[in-house]
Each structure stands twice: as C-alpha cells, then as structure tokens.
Design a protein around this ligand. Structure first.
Ligand code: ATP
Ligand code: MG
Length: 562
C-alpha cells in the first residue's frame, strides 16, 4: 500500500529528458507548456493525463520560471459553448493545477492568424481555391497518385490578396472558396498536399461574435498559437505525429516570434469506457446518462461526483508513465488507486443497504446506550464516535442465514455475532412471510460484551455493521457499476450504445447512521464492509434528503466474474 499517493514523484520519461536536455544546453531560458482544450465538451480522464503532464512539467521546473498555459482552442464557432469553458476551468483547478495569469483564448489571435495568412499569400505560398470541398478531396490523390493542381493554384498574388479580402469581407457563401497553403501536391504526407487553412463560416463565435466570417483550420492555427505564446514544448497525442511536418512548415514560413517544438505521446485509453467527447455528448444528448457529470462517465466532473479523490486520479495519470506506444489501461487500475487512497483517508460509517430488523428481546424497554465506534480501524488518530443503540437494529439481509454453512461466521439460529463497536448478540429465532422471506430476527444481547472481548465459551468470530432502528435515517443510495459490459465498447458490432450495461445504476433505499444524514455534500466515507460512498454534490440535502453515491466497492467484483 502506498502512503501518500499525491506526493508520488513522476518517473522520468522521454519528454522530461528532452526538456531537461534543452534546459541544460540553454536552448530556452525556461520551459513553457500548454494545455489546449477545444471547448466543445467536458474534459475526461484522458485530458487529465495531458493536464498532469503539461502542468506537472511546469511545476517540476518552477525553479527556472517554467509555466503552463491554459489555452482554449476556440477557433471553431459552431461547436463551442461558454458552459464548456467554465467546466474546463473547474476541472483543471480540481486536479490541483493553476494557470496563474496565463489563461488564453485562441480566438483572441484571429487577427494574427489572418495576418499570417496574408503573409503566406504575399510570399506566393497560399491561394484562394474556388473548387468545391468534393473537388478538393478528389484532387488530393492518394498514397500512390499525386494530387492534381487546382485551376486556381497559380493565380497571381494580387488576385489572391483581393479574393482573400473579399472572403474576409463576407462576399462569398460558405463553401464558395477556401484558402489553401501551397506546399507539395506530391508529398507522401497527405497533410502537406496544399492543406486548407481558412474556410468561410457565417456563424457567430462565443468570443468574437460576428466580427469574422472566415475561420482558420486547426493545423494552421495551432502552431501559430504556440509560437505566439512562446511555448517551448508543444505536447500532443500520437495521432498528430504525421501533422508535425505541417506544424513545422507553418512555423518556418510564418512571421512568428518563437519556434516551439511539437512532441507526441501515447494517449490514455481505458477499458470498459469510451473517451471521445463526440461520443460522450451523444450519451448525454440521448439520455443514456443523466448529464456530463453522471458518475458513470469518465468525465472529470463525473468522477468527481462519483467521489474519486483528485489525488488518486493524479496518481493514476502519473503511474502509467509517458510513452510512444498506444495501449489500453484496465479501468481496474484506476479503481485500485481510488480504493487505495480512500482506504487511508476515508472515515468509516455504518449504513445498511438491504435491511432486515433484529429485535433484542432482553433489551430494557426504552433504554438507549452509546456505542463508541472507531472511525478508522487502522488509524486511531481518526478517533471514535458515539452511535446510539436501542432495542431494535437493522442489519444486512445477507448477514443472516437460516441454515448457514460451516464457514459462515455471521448470524444464524443460535449463533453469535458482534455488532461492530457494541455488543455480541445471539440469534434466538426468526419470522418469515408467505414467500419465505425473513421479516424479523429475534436475538438477545450478551450483557457486558460492549467494549469487552468475547467471553469464555462463546463462539463469535465476526463483527457486522448495523444501524439503530430508532435513530437511523433513510437515504437514497446509488450503486454505480461500469457503464459498458465489454472491454472495448468502440469495437462492438452494434456500436457502443449496444453494449451499455443495463445494471450500471441501481438505486436503493438504505438506512444510515443519523450523522450521515447531516453530512455536507461531498462528504466521503467508507460504509463499513460495503464500499466507499460520497454524499452526492448535486442532489444531497443535509438533514432533509440524504443521497449517497457508491464511489467504488471494497473489492473488484469484475475480476471474479472474469
Ligand atoms: P476527444 O478526442 O476526446 O474529443 P480531443 O483530443 O479532441 O479529445 P482536445 O480538447 O482537442 O480534445 O484535447 C486537449 C488536449 O488533451 C490535447 O492536447 C489532446 O492531445 C489531449 N488529450 C485528449 N485526449 C487524450 C487522451 N485520451 N490521453 C491523453 N491526452 C489526451
Ligand atoms: Mg480535438
């Protein structure tokens, strides 16, 4: 068991080695990284990996003045919303990072992108193409055939400047023309075959309104954003590897103030989940989940609501290391880190999810005693709490068996069990309804056994959790399970929606210790012997409407099934 997950130093990796080497030879006075989300959805745990890498590197090099920018890559007016900007900021902060004064919006650079485009035209390195999107696609050729030049490819500079000015002035309709870089139609790298760098979109933008009707493409805008912010190392995922030549081409040919270096690393993929914002949006929009913060989603807001501690998520992101090899990490590793962290930090409380009543026959009528129950079995510093105990208690239905096998050490006819932190009781009988379901268990307490060891001659080998019937409260408890039934939902024949787990959410009415009903939203604890639970940050109302989410069960039930 690790002691302090949050302090685990990141292993070095090829990116950190490059950065250290660059600093050592004085290539840059310091290191500047960035996290550049597109505000078109909520962040997920894959983004957490990129956040931990970029902000982590800045933190590790703080002595040299290193920093990490939070930059919203908001160059596409159609899919972006202010709600996403706010959620992204919340998520980065929750993970424990701070961008300080370095919050940027790519849309603030629209004039610069435009000026770079004009500059490329003036150099004879860009042209306005009036072919349709289909024609451009068809004329790009393929791996064995070079592209066919557009009839507009050799238009004179002055004419291109005029056409681009008219594009910008809104004279053309969407799709009427585009601006393309003039690079190499025979390149084996398709990204260099005269990529489109500007297109017309008559759409309002969340930041610039209707000031622009032309918008830059990602491959053109991204290197310029990095260079403008003096980013030294632009870290991105492996799918951008064959975009690096185009990244470098724009840096080479545009009037930029610095020369950032793009380095690619393997993205985080998790089993039993999906991680594309587009697909997550579909689950949200089609009502398969309750929202972006549904605790079953791998979104950062979802896992926060589920009760995953930020430090455990950070530890998980670091433990996988940074590599160049794409793979899939088993979600059980993430659950392991969450459990490991909560095992150390979460206080213990008692709740009964499937209650059956035990009536203590020899309990003095009306009397209430206080049991002193430890808040953490291995950490005495967490102290004890008083839990009221009267003549009737709830216990878990499966902690009683009418005809128990030898190895069953909990309650059964004429058997003993200890109520955690309180008395040993002996079962004296039970009642059943017409369906054979136990309705009540009769028992007696063994006087003098509270806070004392088991008396001679009594066989009592287990302690079970319980809730006092008179003072216990009821609560809505949401038992979450994996959202998908298969390891790779994206590979499912019927699509990922066809492999949604119908049992991913079970809601039960539980009984809980009275103090839990008054807990603040976000309070996280272990329900003894059941798992880790958190008071839901959206629906839980202290005192009036207790709602708890299961963060993770105590054991991985899936590894048994598998
Ligand atoms: P998605 O494909 O899930 O929609 P994206 O890559 O389009 O994600 P961006 O907002 O563009 O989302 O991503 C911001 C940053 O996060 C990028 O630098 C991207 O490389 C990184 N990132 C996205 N997904 C992952 C992942 N699974 N693992 C590591 N980094 C990721
Ligand atoms: Mg993207």
């Amino acid at each position: 068991m690790s002691t302090e997950p949050e302090s685990a130093a990141p292993k070095s990796d090829f990116i950190r080695e490059i950065i250290a080497a660059d600093l050592a030879v004085g290539k840059h006075p310091t290191t500047i990284t960035r996290f550049p989300p597109e505000p078109n959805g909520y962040l997920h745990i894959g983004h957490a990996k990129a956040i931990c890498l970029n902000f982590g590197i800045a933190g590790e090099n703080a002595a040299t003045g290193a920093r990490c920018h939070l930059r919203f890559d908001d160059t596409n007016p159609e899919k972006e919303e202010v709600e996403y900007v706010e959620s992204i900021k919340t998520d980065v902060k929750w993970l424990g990072f701070d961008w300080g004064d370095h919050l940027y919006f790519a849309s603030d650079y629209f004039q610069f992108f435009h000026d770079c485009a004009v500059n490329l035209i003036e150099q004879g390195l860009a042209y306005v193409d009036r072919q349709s999107a289909e024609e451009i696609r068809a004329n790009r050729g393929n791996l064995t055939t070079p592209g066919t030049p557009s009839p507009d490819r050799d238009t004179p500079v002055a004419r291109n400047l005029d056409l681009f000015a008219r594009m910008r002035a809104g004279e053309f309709k969407e799709g009427g023309c585009v601006l393309r870089a003039k690079i190499d139609l025979a390149s084996s790298n398709m990204n260099l075959r005269d990529p489109v760098i500007y297109r017309i979109l008559h759409a309002a933008h969340h930041n610039t309104g209707t000031a622009w009707c032309i918008y830059p493409m990602y491959d053109f805008a991204h290197p310029l954003e990095d260079a403008l912010e003096h980013i030294t190392h632009s870290l991105c995922t492996l799918e951008f590897e064959n975009h690096r030549p185009i990244y470098d081409w724009f840096i080479e040919h545009c009037p930029v103030p610095s020369r950032p270096r793009q380095i690619e690393f393997a993205r985080l993929n998790l089993s039993y989940t999906i991680m594309s914002k587009r697909k997550l949006l579909l689950l949200v929009q089609d009502g398969h989940v309750g929202g972006w913060d549904d605790p079953r989603l791998p979104t950062i807001s979802g896992i926060r609501r589920r009760g995953y501690p930020a430090a455990a998520v950070g530890h998980f992101c670091k433990r996988g290391g940074i590599t160049k090899v794409n793979g899939t990490t088993h979600v059980a590793l993430l659950e392991f880190d969450v459990r490991d962290f909560l095992n150390q930090t979460a206080p213990r409380r008692m709740a009964v999810l499937d209650p059956v009543k035990v009536v203590l026959a020899n309990w003095p009528a009306g009397s209430v005693e206080n049991a002193e129950v430890a808040n953490h079995p291995q950490d005495p510093a967490m102290g004890v709490r008083d839990v009221a105990l009267g003549g009737e208690v709830w216990i878990e239905r499966d902690d009683f068996m009418e005809d128990p096998p030898k190895k069953f050490y909990r309650l059964g006819p004429d058997r003993h069990v200890r109520l955690r932190g309180a008395y040993i009781i002996r079962c004296t009988g039970y009642e059943k309804d017409a369906d054979g379901r136990i309705t009540v268990i009769h028992a007696e307490v063994l006087p003098g056994t509270m806070g004392a060891s088991t008396p001679e001659g009594v066989q009592c080998r287990a302690a079970i959790h319980w809730v006092d019937a008179a003072s216990g409260r009821s609560a809505e408890v949401r038992l979450y399970d994996r959202l998908f039934t298969v390891e790779d939902p994206d590979a499912a024949e019927g699509g990922f929606v066809s492999v949604l787990n119908p049992d991913s959410l079970t809601t039960v009415t539980a009984v809980i210790e009275p103090s839990l009903a008054d807990a603040e939203a976000g309070f996280s604890c272990q329900f003894e012997r059941l798992g880790y639970f958190v008071a839901d940050c959206v629906d839980h109302q202290p005192g009036t409407r207790p709602v708890f989410n299961r963060t993770v069960a105590l054991r991985d039930s899936w590894s048994k099934k598998a």
